[in-house]
Design a protein around this ligand. Structure first.
Ligand code: IMP
Ligand code: MG
Length: 209
């Protein structure tokens, strides 16, 4: 006798495609899906020209970068490799100081490689400065940075960003991989949250309606 798997909830195609629960929390769309896709394609084309013949290694910082990385590599037309790292930052004030630690290191040796470090957003620059310093000690042939979003007004250090997608004001953004409390990464555009979405006490996901 075959067992039938019951769906968790009654579903229709409409409800599957409905992201209004997330979209309703957005106060303002800063960059549309189309604008992001067009800019990512430009970055990929430029990287393809600049790194032709160099077999670059693209290093992404998890988790925020996963969507940008997926789109970026598909717009690059030369041979490349990818690897990922993950860090955690903690301390008395995450905005101004704190300790940075690798929670996942590279699996590839970067010695003698042309490394392009890929970041979703650069805010204070604290995480990036730490990671670049660590990677530089491993003697890559070349190490440059590609950031989709750059918030220069929040910067605490002078950092050289070779490729920038968009320069943004010093606002907290979500979508296209970026989260608030692990949510909103799956929105295809980038926006600013409504005040109530930030301050509201969240219910555990399973009891939410
Ligand atoms: P930084 O060390 O201050 O430059 O922070 C960089 C990291 O903080 C990013 O890789 C993101 O994970 C996170 N972050 C910074 N700004 C934002 C934002 O506006 N929305 C979501 N995450 C952000
Ligand atoms: Mg985050």
């Amino acid at each position: 006798m075959s067992e039938k798997t019951e769906p968790l909830l009654p579903r229709s195609v409409d409800s599957i495609n409905d992201n209004s629960a997330l979209v309703n929390d957005i106060a303002e769309v800063l960059i549309t899906e189309e604008e992001i896709q067009a800019r990512v394609a430009e970055l990929g084309a430029q990287i393809s020209v600049d790194y032709a013949g160099l077999n670059p290694l693209l290093v992404g910082v998890l988790r925020g970068v996963f969507i940008f990385m997926a789109d970026l590599v598909r717009s690059i037309t030369i041979p490349i490799s990818v690897d990922f790292i993950s860090i955690t930052r903690y301390g008395p004030s995450t905005r101004t100081q704190g300790v940075v630690r690798f929670t996942k290191d590279l699996e590839t040796s970067i010695q003698g490689r042309h490394v392009l470090f890929v970041e979703d957003v650069i805010d204070t620059g604290l995480s990036l400065r730490y990671m670049l310093r660590s990677l530089e000690t491993r003697e890559p042939a070349n190490l440059r940075v590609c950031a989709l979003f750059n918030k220069p007004r929040a910067r605490l250090f002078d950092l050289d960003i070779a490729y920038t997608g968009f320069v943004l004001p010093d606002k907290f953004i979500v979508g296209y991989g970026l989260d608030y409390d692990e949510r909103y990464r799956n929105l295809p555009f980038v926006g600013v949250l409504k005040e109530e979405a930030i301050t509201e006490q969240r219910l555990p996901v399973r009891t939410q309606t």
